[in-house]
Design a protein around this ligand. Structure first.
Ligand code: CA
Length: 220
């Protein structure tokens, strides 16, 4: 799962990015509103963690501008502003949740999962499709009821494909969802990961759509 972290405080940002990476998220971190909007214009993120007190452009203005541009990426406001008015303003502007600083990373992580699940139309934390099942909390993947061990990147790839069965993801889409800024992506990295993943979950599980990318067919 790919997160955009918008946080101007270097200490909080650094600690939070580290904790989230430890929880297997890919995290890009920006420190101001303009950079956040630029990143969101150019890339897919599963969720945005948005601080409100930012230099120049306030978090509320970032959110307003994002929604006005038609971008529906889930946004969780992470702020020390605890007045009810500022929470209501954030939610009214299209934020999906509001977490008060200080917070436990585990709680934030649970809220991230809940928001992403709601937006993608899943009722619970287990993505199921045909004989595949992926638990977003325990990160356990089952094929025909049998657990298979996936590397962190294989997991990220399967999650990206299973969250929206039937959607075709291009190489760039997959790279965006698996890697964060500064991570070098070798030219055949995606094929290499796909090869490993298919070996573990069955070659027929992931379809290659020539010239477009890859998908998991929607099954009941
Ligand atoms: Ca701040």
């Amino acid at each position: 799962m790919k997160i955009l972290l918008v946080e101007d405080d270097a200490m909080i940002g650094d600690a939070l990015q580290y904790s989230l990476i430890m929880q297997q998220y890919a995290v890009d971190w920006v420190q101001d509103g303009a950079s956040a909007l630029l990143a969101l214009k150019n890339q897919h993120y599963d969720v945005v963690l948005l601080d409100l007190g930012l230099p120049e452009m306030d978090g509320v203005d970032v959110l307003r501008s994002l929604r006005q541009s038609g971008n529906a990426t889930p946004v969780v406001i992470v702020s020390a502003r605890d007045e009810v008015a500022s929470r209501i303003a954030g939610l009214d502007l299209g934020a999906d949740d509001y977490v008060l600083k200080p917070f436990e990373v585990d709680e934030l992580s649970a809220r991230i999962r809940a928001v992403v699940r709601r937006k993608s139309g899943h009722a619970n934390s287990v993505l199921e499709n045909g004989n595949l099942s992926l638990n977003l909390v325990t990160r356990v993947a089952l094929v025909g009821g049998v657990e298979v061990r996936l590397s962190a990147r294989e997991y990220a790839m399967l999650e990206a494909l299973l969250i929206r069965p039937g959607a075709i993801l291009s190489r760039q889409d997959l790279e965006d969802r698996i890697y964060q800024w500064g991570q070098e992506v070798e030219s055949n990295a995606i094929e290499f990961l796909l090869h490993g993943l298919r070996k573990k979950i069955g070659a027929e599980s992931i379809k290659n759509i020539r010239g477009l990318g890859w998908m998991v067919s929607k099954q009941s």
